[in-house]
Design a protein around this ligand. Structure first.
Ligand code: DON
Length: 336
């Protein structure tokens, strides 16, 4: 769409998806081509996550016109985990402006694991980006609110608006992570010592742990992604959740750090902003076109869902979603 800003024709770099039938057919093909893969292992460092059925698999696409395509276990709920980081970052940017978050948290990849303490020390206490645990905890701590309950309610209602339905906490996962999140508590205390968390660090970790335990389905993830793709308006409910500029900032930081230390590799192969979570979800966004949500609990060694990555790789090429491709993109990944 061309927009006239201060007398200058502005354009955006995007296009449109093929017709409904073609998208539907390709979502089924993405599922079929990835379903047989048995690689990866289910996360167990949060004990409740290890109880999931590893065979579960879903692939969904939500278009910016509100159409939703889904195959497999699309309505099975799981805890959102790290995918919440992208949406909480958007809420904090919406509330405070992106400069405040950029200064406190940053937007650069650490090149290290999502729970790295070394990354904090190597950078003089600066968390580097809001997609790793340190940056996400610092981001959650910035959310306006007089009490932890108020801040939590802001997160729950904000993420619910992205999904277009009321999201609830998985109590079992929340309790299980609360019993085993000593590392995140240590990270929060370290950030406090560097002046990057000003509230009670344990209270902040508690809100962060709750946000990670919110239950979503692959369909929810697709709609949440489509809201970012649609400039902040949920295409199913029509509600504006955040401003256009907040979506651009969120997608940029997802592209640089959403797939952890594999973010460069992911951008090179797939070319879309995305965010993964340790329970097996991935959301990927095609600006202007829509969001992809996948769920499959078996993860690679960086914590990214194996079948989810395969399905999104296929859809990126088949639907022409790679932001860097000017001609159709075929990769060795497509051949096996
Ligand atoms: O803080 C944690 O470790 C989890 N609640 C979230 C980590 C996560 O999802 C990393 N994902 N790949």
């Amino acid at each position: 769409m061309d927009v006239d800003v201060a007398g200058v024709e502005q354009a955006v770099s995007t296009g449109s998806l093929p017709g409904w039938d073609r998208v539907d057919q390709l979502v089924v093909a993405a599922y079929d081509r990835s379903a047989a893969s048995e690689g990866g292992v289910v996360a167990d460092y949060i004990p409740a996550l290890s109880e999931v059925d590893p065979r579960l698999f879903a692939v969904c696409v939500a278009q910016t016109d509100g159409a939703v395509h889904s195959v497999g276990d699309a309505d099975v709920e799981f805890s959102i985990q790290s995918i919440s980081k992208a949406f909480v970052y958007a809420l904090v940017c919406e509330a405070l402006g992106h400069e405040a978050v950029r200064e406190r948290v940053g937007v650069d990849n650490t090149g290290l694991a999502f729970d790295s303490v070394m990354a904090i020390e190597l950078n003089g206490g600066h968390p580097r980006n809001p997609m790793v645990n340190a940056g996400a905890i610092a981001t959650t701590a910035m959310l306006p609110g007089r009490t932890a309950t108020e801040r939590w309610e802001r997160i729950r209602s904000g993420l619910s608006a992205f999904a277009g339905r009321d999201l609830e906490v998985d109590d079992e996962v929340y309790r299980s992570e609360t019993r085993t999140n000593q590392r995140n508590r240590a990270i929060a205390r370290l950030l406090e010592s560097y002046g990057r968390v000003e509230l009670d660090p344990l209270e902040v970790v508690d809100v962060y742990t709750r946000q990670c335990a919110l239950r979503v389905s692959a369909r929810d993830l697709a709609v949440m992604g489509a809201t970012l793709a649609d400039g902040g308006v949920n295409p199913v409910t029509g509600q504006r959740v955040v401003a256009e500029g907040v979506c651009r900032d969120t997608l940029a930081v997802m592209a640089s750090a959403g797939m952890y230390e594999r973010s460069g590799e992911w951008l090179f192969e797939i070319g879309m902003p995305a965010k993964s979570g340790v329970s097996g979800g991935i959301v990927a966004i095609s600006p202007g076109k829509g969001g992809i949500g996948t769920f499959s609990p078996r993860l690679d060694d960086a914590g990214n869902s194996v079948r989810g990555q395969r399905a999104i790789a296929y859809l990126s090429r088949a639907l022409g979603l790679n932001l860097f491709a000017s001609v159709p993109h075929v990769s060795p990944i497509d051949l096996h």
